[in-house]
Design a protein around this ligand. Sequence first.
Ligand SMILES: C[S@@+](CC[C@H](N)C(=O)[O-])C[C@H]1O[C@@H](n2cnc3c(N)ncnc32)[C@H](O)[C@@H]1O
Length: 213
Amino acid sequence: MKSSYICNCKHYDFYNKNFLYWENRIVTSDEKSIIKYIEKQNYKKKLKILHIGVGNSYAYEKLNVNHIITGITLSKGEIKKSKSYNDENYIVYYCDKMSMNFREIFSKFKFDIIIDNNLKSYSCCQKSFEYMFENFVKVLNNNGIIISNKNGMNWVKKLKPKISFNFKNFFHHKMREIDGNVENIFSMEEASKISNKFSLKLILENDVVIFSK
Ligand SMILES: C[S@@+](CC[C@H](N)C(=O)[O-])C[C@H]1O[C@@H](n2cnc3c(N)ncnc32)[C@H](O)[C@@H]1O
């Protein structure tokens, strides 16, 4: 499915090829601390969790016993890894969170938690970032939370397609990280502004940042 956007920025299309990215890399310490926070809450009911940027599916592995996890990513390699769990409840969609497709895919969904440790890190522009944030708020249940990480919010990258070679995969398509836009460093000041804009409560607990509806 071709992605469409509200802005005119250049976007690479990672959909048509089998792009490898984070499926075999270790989970970031930023995501780990988010998962620890969620585990510590000892929620008494099964929550619906949307995981933005599933990577190696660490969040699924840790949380799926008590909760239902749905994910998105730009990497078909990560989607293939998610399918290897053979769990029909764990669906990972190819979806650019900045795109209009997000709204379409999740128009009938509601989540209790959205995990995104790199909220603004890969954004193309402010307009699409705010559009993305609005869409996240739209799919949140009342009392739901968007949960991120202070270090992850300070990390900025862009993704570009690359053809790579190794003896396991021979020539293959890979997503390459290049330096991103420093304007995508998501400061606590901006987090506070956007919370006010969407009437969310901003909570900082150690390095975990929570936007609560
Ligand atoms: C650096 S990896 C981190 C993986 C995992 N969250 C972790 O912390 O270990 C970034 C993840 O975000 C995803 N990603 C990057 N830009 C995205 C976008 N615009 N829409 C959806 N996913 C995106 C990538 O596909 C990848 O899964």
